[in-house]
Design a protein around this ligand. Structure first.
Ligand code: PNW
Length: 489
């Protein structure tokens, strides 16, 4: 197989990038999520979430771990906010744990201790001049809502989410000006209700379940947006958006089937959520391939959906080559329906990019530039925040700490991806901010503590001490402007 031309598109990887390549008001931040960092699972009146019960089920988490303590951010939030500030970031994306606000999710009685925790966190951020970006749902659904109504499978979830969102706007919206409703609805739908590798771990369901789960997340998002716009936006003056995850899909060849498979792949990732919000219904190709498995929006719901997004949050980590395949080796219903194969390795063994620790994560900076341009063209150039971008290292106890802290590949990753963002902005994409995943090493879902995504190392064997890695120091120099173009470190 001839090596593809696109393989040579490595300009971004070799180029130097500096703060001045981005607009002055561009936000640079770090991101985290409640279940992955907070711990304190039985403190402050917090109710259990589906991730507590999933992680405590044998065989679900690769190292048998859970988020009971995680990196103890609940008790160390001040230290962590100081760290963000010292490194020079001016944004912080965190998520609110629903079951700290409403322990059983039902929305009948607010848990004041939960409100107090997030008030303290938000105030600490504001004091240091850091803009809070708050995510309402980053996967930790109150367990009671799973057990009583089946979680995202039941439409009643939309109302419970609306009450929760309304409560957060009312308590925190005087200081939080950037709201994210739902993080990566695709992962909840596919990994939670099809592959079964994320909570609630359903695998035995029907091939329609992931689409129903996505449908209710879209309606929950739009309902929260409508509440924010009608009750709070005028007074509080903030913005509200949704976070979607998308890998760039590069056609594996110039053949028309491969090109349309790649286009289909993007529609199944982004179009699934953006087409309803921008164009009133699911992408045509999904309607064609899925038929009745796709739920329908009523006329009234379509009105609710229309333009229900002030900005798009994009989580992007990697890219894949896509080729058409009618009988694909994929196990999930969701992937089978797409009639494609994801390719990361050429016949000679050469990979699409350097591989990180996770089996799905390859370093492909040019993919982000292409993806940002694709979104700008397909969805009328929406404001975009890159809400997650980063890579992981494998946990390895045999290495000396100094080796682990010197994360050279992660520095290359950030340089390459930031250069790609700068290019996309020059190409015309409306990118407003960038959040690195993640501030700290943390509980990486099904991978437990075996994968480290942090800019800051957490010593799990020594009191959870925080040690910034080389990438944190590199980022800090970049933000302070001392990391100049074409300058060798
Ligand atoms: C994101 N994939 O999830 C989540 O928002 C974070 O909480 C998580 O820690 C981070 O990425 C790193 O995994 C993803 O398989 C999980 O393509 C898996 C995929 C993408 C995103």
């Amino acid at each position: 197989m001839p090596k593809k031309e696109v393989f040579k598109e490595t300009a971004e990887e070799e180029e130097e990038v500096c703060r001045a390549d981005f607009p002055p008001n561009f936000v640079f931040g770090v991101a985290t999520a409640s279940y992955q960092i907070e711990g304190a699972c039985n403190e402050g009146g917090r109710g259990p979430s589906i991730w507590d019960s999933f992680s405590h089920t044998e065989g679900k988490i690769i190292d048998g771990s859970n988020g009971d303590v995680a990196v103890d951010h609940y008790h160390r939030y001040k230290e962590d906010v100081d760290l963000i500030h010292k490194l020079g970031f001016d944004g912080y994306r965190f998520s609110i744990s629903w079951s700290r606000i409403f322990p059983d999710g039902l929305g009948t009685k607010v848990n004041d201790e939960g409100i107090a925790f997030y008030n303290n966190l938000i105030n600490a951020l504001i004091e240091k001049g850091i803009r809070p970006f708050a995510t309402l749902y980053h996967w930790d659904l109150p367990l009671h809502l799973q057990e009583s109504i089946g979680g995202w499978l039941d439409k009643q979830i939309v109302n419970y989410f609306a009450i929760y969102a309304d409560t957060c706007f009312a308590h925190f919206g005087d200081r939080v000006k950037n709201w994210i409703t739902v993080n990566e609805p695709l992962q909840t739908a596919v990994n939670g209700y099809d592959a079964g590798i994320f909570a609630p771990g359903r695998r035995e369901g029907s091939s329609a379940e992931p689409y129903l789960v996505a449908h209710h997340q879209i309606l929950a998002h739009a309902t929260a947006v409508s509440i924010y716009r009608s009750k709070y936006k005028d007074k509080q003056g903030g913005q509200i958006g949704l976070v979607l995850d998308c890998e760039w899909a590069e056609a594996n060849s110039d053949k028309i089937e491969d090109k349309s498979a790649a286009a289909r792949r993007l529609d199944f990732q982004l179009g699934w959520y953006l087409c309803p919000l921008y164009y009133g219904d699911y992408p045509t190709v999904m309607l064609e391939k899925l038929g009745d498995r796709l739920p329908k929006f009523s006329q009234e719901e379509k009105k609710l959906l229309f333009n229900a997004l002030d900005f798009l949050g994009l989580n992007h980590y990697t890219s894949k080559f896509i080729s058409h395949a009618t009988s694909s080796s994929e196990e999930c219903y969701y992937y089978k329906a797409q009639e494609m194969e994801r390719i990361v390795e050429w016949e000679g063994g050469e990979k699409i990019g350097e591989q990180a620790a996770s089996e799905w994560l390859f370093v492909v900076p040019w993919g982000l530039r292409k993806l940002l341009n694709y979104i700008a063209q397909t969805y009328n150039n929406p404001p975009i925040y890159i809400t997650e971008n980063g890579m992981d290292q494998e946990e390895d106890n045999s290495l000396p700490l100094s080796d682990i802290l010197d994360d050279k590949l992660r520095v290359r990753y950030f340089k390459g991806y930031l250069a790609a963002v700068a290019h996309a902005i020059k190409d015309g994409a409306d990118v407003r901010g960038y959040f690195a995943w993640s501030l700290l090493d943390n509980f990486e879902w099904g991978q437990g503590y075996t994968k480290r995504f942090g800019l800051v190392y957490v010593d799990y064997n020594n009191g959870l001490a925080r040690h910034p890695k080389s990438s944190a120091y590199w980022f800090s120099r970049f933000l302070k402007g001392s990391e100049k173009k074409n300058k060798e470190e």
